[in-house]
Write a protein that binds this ligand. Structure first.
Ligand code: APR
Length: 248
């Protein structure tokens, strides 16, 4: 059995579930994480590729890097962890995903209510006039120009930039009003996103961490389930099916 008695009790009575996710939930789909073994930031310098200054300094290089990451995301599919969240929607009236990931895999998996704190690599906009260029295929690795002449950039949050206020507010509201929050596959060190699970604790609700290892925030949470997200979330769901019926 993977569920502790206290988590089982919480999940028996819960109505609102939040999944706060990081790069680790997409690792089993073949999308690299940022830190740790094989992490993106071991190979690339964030200050050279993931900041507005870097974009202004060498827009083609930054754009080419996002084209490279888009190709990776296009070539992979959601894994068992993303799909398990879709299944949770059949057993709980409210299932909200608050993610730091820009890979669009939650939405592709059928997760209905998803708030993207760091943007989405499939969306773009003009850095001058803000005109949107979403879900378009850009063949060229050279940075494209808007009809206004401005440089088109990916709609992702670069270091030093603020999070999208509506997504953040919706994520905070969900975290403060949920019954159980799962913090899945995140190193919990990048703020303000990493405040989200702490808001659930502050509201006196139950927080479960799902990760291969302990993180900076494990001590604040109710429990850590060590393991791969693509194995742990489906296993939790199998046990939930033993004490909950699907919603009518
Ligand atoms: N299942 C569960 N957890 C996993 C798995 C897995 N299969 N694989 C890795 N992990 C865990 C790692 O142990 C680590 O704690 O996922 C975490 C990934 O941490 P990071 O690489 O730091 O990613 P994340 O927390 O999402 O980074 C936050 O930093 O670089 C910025 O904007 C970027 O959104 C990103 C933010």
């Amino acid at each position: 059995m993977i569920l502790s008695d206290s988590l089982k009790n919480e999940l028996q009575h819960a109505g609102k579930i939040v999944f706060f996710t990081g790069a680790g939930i997409s690792a089993e789909s073949g999308v690299s994480t940022f830190r740790g073994e094989g992490g993106i930031w071991n190979k690339f310098k964030p200050e050279e590729l993931a900041s507005f200054q870097a974009f202004m300094k060498n827009a083609d290089m930054v754009w080419e890097w996002y084209q490279y990451r888009r190709k990776i995301v296009h070539d992979v599919v959601p894994n068992a962890a993303h799909l398990a969240i879709t299944e949770f929607q059949k057993y709980y009236p409210s299932v909200v995903v608050v993610t730091q990931n820009i890979d669009n895999l939650h939405t592709r998996a059928g997760n209905k209510e998803v708030y993207e704190l760091h943007g989405n690599i499939e969306r773009n906009y003009c850095s001058a006039c803000k005109k949107r260029y979403d879900f378009l295929e850009f063949k060229d690795n050279k940075v494209p120009r808007c009809e206004c002449g401005g440089l088109i950039r990916p709609d992702v949050v670069w270091f030093g930039e603020s999070l999208p206020p509506d997504e953040l507010a919706a994520g905070e509201f969900a975290a403060e009003h949920c019954d159980v929050l799962f913090s899945v596959g995140t190193s919990s060190i990048v703020y303000p996103a990493a405040y989200i699970p702490l808001q659930t604790k502050k509201a006196g609700k139950y927080v479960v961490e799902v990760n291969l290892t302990e993180t900076e925030q494990t001590r604040y949470f109710d429990e850590l389930i060590k393991g791969k997200a693509g194995e742990v979330l489906p296993a939790i769901l199998e046990e939930i099916k033993m004490f909950r019926k699907p919603l009518p």
